[in-house]
Design a protein around this ligand. Sequence first.
Ligand code: SF4
Ligand code: SF4
Length: 413
Amino acid sequence: MSNSLEKLKKEYRWDIYQCSLKCFNCMYINPHYLISQDFYINCPAGKFFGFDTFYSGGRMEIARGILDGSIKLPLKDNKMLLKVIYACTTCGSCENICYYNREIRTTEVFETLRELLVENEIGPMPEHIKFLKSISENFNPYNEDKSARINWLDEDEKLNEIKNNILENDYKILYFVGCTSSYRTKDIAKATVKILNKLNIHFKILGMDEWCCGSPAARVGDTILARKMAQHNIKVIENCGANLVLFSCAGCYRTFKKDYPKWGLNYNFKVLHISEFISELIKNNKIKLGSIDKKITYHDPCHLGRHLGIYDPPRIVINAIPKINFKEMARNRFNAWCCGAGGGVKSAFKDLAIFAASERLIEAEKTTDAEYLISTCPFCNLNLKDGKKNIETKIIVKDLMELLLECRVELIE
Ligand code: SF4
Ligand code: SF4
């Protein structure tokens, strides 16, 4: 029996049979929190494709069929089944809302189904194979040269000195930049470094020794490649002697914090999202912030929110800025609508990714009238900006670090 089939049978049988009702309540937000009828459905995949199979209950039924043998492996010619299993952002809204059992682990079941497809050489989708090849050869999913990983430092003279830190071993704090900010949303990496500099935080980055965190590979079922990335990253971080690693990417952070230990890969350093790090400084009255007179709303990235339960730190940072006018969207915190990019969807199901991002922007505009839509994940940022090309909206998509850069940030000694 294959590893993942055994895992489905032993570890996830309970979850799969918990969903025997197929009640499909998990397609909505929790009705106790209902603010707007327009923003009630909360599964991007189900809403986009428009029928039951593409909601959580449909995928759980496929898992049950595989367990009891009514769906026969290897599924080679069933292209529709492949599509259903991969057309899900693994956002976690369904497992958050499941009325039948609060402990259900739908996204782990879906990721194990994907592992099973990869093991049987049926999955992933052709678009995923391209980025997996790039991770394997270039250590990033964007088909970019590995030597270009630190090019964002050259784009700003003031940041160039960070390059010296790459060679030194005695920094206790490390900033793990992540592939998306290194190659696509470089302004987030630059803003993070500038904020850390303003706060007199001595830190280093790994430069070319930083490899993809493994998240894109893990989400589409290639756990062998994901583990290879994880083992390398843990080794280089432990060798450099850092005892605290900061992340500006919700996806990298979730992978280090939740997945590495789940894969049996433990490490001797502490990990924090930059929003947690700065919110702690704010709580301890260590930071003085200048004002921003703007209407702001916040998008919870699924990796940081539902997958790690981190909702307050970004809100603490935003609300610490004097004059800011903060308003929540109709779907927020554990009811947040996914940006649409995760789980390999942005590469294999581009229309679904753009649909979800556009809906988030419309929700921000209609339910908050905000000028800025703030997030704490470069991949959300990238997809929301792509969604903006699809609709008419004045809202500006920004990362929390870019927002901070707009005001005076000082460390109180
Ligand atoms: S993880 Fe998200 S996209 Fe996937 S079935 Fe659940 S709610 Fe839908
Ligand atoms: S995951 Fe829970 S809420 Fe969704 S269909 Fe299954 S039992 Fe119902």
